[in-house]
Design a protein around this ligand. Structure first.
Ligand code: SF4
Ligand code: SF4
Length: 434
């Protein structure tokens, strides 16, 4: 590893191959303090699978004339984009921006280094361009998956939750004259709609009147940004913004979607997008705010043990993982893992394109979650271990490894104390409004 990587005098003219900020590119001082926080480095021990190695490779391409070859593509595509390195970096290197710019360049130059086979490119085009932005089509395909599940044709390792015809048939219900919105998104609304139902129930229990986006607000573009498909993500962001006018807060119960929507100001680059992004709240963050503002949830103490998994996009990007603990603490005994929030290996479509590495990263996470349960309860919880995760991608990835994973909204809804007077008052109010 060269010790003069941050010395500008050793660098050549920029080639403008990677759309990244030069100051951000040269900000890394190669200290290596981020390495233990990088899941792909922890698993492989390879410098080329570390944040420092990835930044070095970006500089070599952008400033030293290195080619966009197969090794470069591998180095970049094996990054989960968890941004654990960003949280750990004492120099404040915005690794997420650097990686997003690099992935955008690789998407623009699909023949660079490691061209994907035609069927994979066709599959990606169908998923990103045709399926995700068209919610009706996604729901139709979900019915086919449901039939496949009933015929035992969909392996459990795919992590798709058990789909329910009752849930798919019933659309979510919005309140009239909303003072807050819930953003249901694309895949989560198709595969985990009951989580949204629980989120709406909890929001109403605080006294709020939740609404839903209008036409066009189907997909936030988070998966597109992850894959470097920035122009498509921008188009989707504009549609989402148009579907939720006004200035009421927008609650997002998927950590990945919430992180993307909080970054619309940078993605779209207009003051309107910045103002929209400022309205976005993670579900638990919003519930915690209501509690602090004097609208606490009527919860009963369930006495149940729950191990907390912090989704990277909640902890390292939104920086609001404390909200999950704050809102669940009155009802559950919460336990943390000792791995300092290391990624679980999901990361957008990472588990599809890098299944081996993703699986190894997940094995470590599962061991950390089980150890946390064991340390807290003194029992080996192979079965009966309940994990809370605020991101559907993480939740499906961990469920595919056999864990029972719940969303904070599910746990809160299950702990709502319907016998408490304030709850009864609110329900009466809701009934009189209806
Ligand atoms: S984003 Fe995550 S996987 Fe990628 S370099 Fe940083 S810590 Fe490693
Ligand atoms: S901690 Fe920051 S400055 Fe140090 S090697 Fe990692 S990215 Fe570079």
């Amino acid at each position: 590893m060269s010790s003069d990587l941050h010395d500008h005098s050793t660098l050549h003219e920029r080639r403008h191959v990677l759309p990244v900020d030069e100051e951000e590119l040269v900000a890394c001082v190669s200290c290596g303090l981020c390495l233990p926080h990088c899941p792909t480095y922890r698993v492989t021990g390879l410098e080329s699978r570390s944040p420092r190695g990835r930044i070095t490779a970006m500089r070599a391409v952008e400033l030293e004339g290195a080619p966009l070859d197969a090794a470069f593509v591998d180095t970049m595509e094996t990054c989960i984009q968890c941004r654990g390195c960003e949280s750990a970096c004492p120099s404040g290197v915005p690794f997420g921006h650097l990686m997003e710019g690099t992935r955008a360049a690789l998407h623009q130059q699909p023949r660079a280094g490691r061209p994907r086979p035609w069927h994979q490119r066709a599959g990606e085009w169908f998923a990103y361009v045709v399926l995700l932005p068209r919610h009706g089509l996604l729901i139709a395909l979900t019915w086919l998956v449901l039939v496949g599940q009933r015929l035992h044709l969909v392996p459990r390792r795919f992590g798709i939750p058990k789909l329910s015809p009752r849930s798919l048939r019933r659309p979510l219900e919005a309140d009239a004259d909303p003072d807050v919105y819930l953003f249901p998104g694309c895949v989560m609304d198709a595969w985990q709609r009951d989580v949204h139902r629980d989120a709406l129930r909890v929001m109403r229990a605080t006294g709020a009147r939740p609404g839903l986006p209008g036409a066009g607000g189907d997909c936030c573009g988070a998966l597109h940004v992850h894959a470097g498909r920035v122009a498509e993500a921008r188009k989707l962001a504009r549609k989402v913004m148009a579907s939720i006018p006004g200035d009421a807060p927008i609650v997002v119960d998927s950590a990945g979607c919430g992180a993307a929507m909080k970054d619309y100001g940078r993605l779209v680059g207009t003051p309107e997008a910045g103002a929209f992004a400022a309205r976005v709240r993670d579900f638990s963050e919003w519930v915690a705010e209501q509690t602090a503002a004097g609208a606490p949830l009527p919860l009963r103490d369930t006495g149940r043990d729950i191990v907390v998994q912090d989704p990277c996009h909640l902890r390292h990007v939104q920086h609001c993982e404390a909200g999950v603990r704050r809102v669940l603490a009155p009802a559950y005994r919460l336990h943390d893992t000792a791995d300092d929030g290391l990624c679980c290996g999901a990361g957008g479509a990472y588990s599809v394109f890098e299944p081996a590495l993703s699986g190894e990263v997940r094995d470590r996470k599962v061991a950390a979650l089980r150890a946390a349960a064991h340390d807290a309860t003194g029992r080996d919880r192979k079965g009966g271990l309940v994990v809370v995760s605020a991101n559907p991608g993480c939740s499906m990835h961990l469920a595919a490894a056999g864990l029972d994973v719940k969303h904070p909204a599910e746990l809160l809804a299950a702990a709502l104390d319907t016998t408490r007077p304030e709850r009864q008052e609110r329900e009466e109010e809701e009934q009189s409004r209806a």
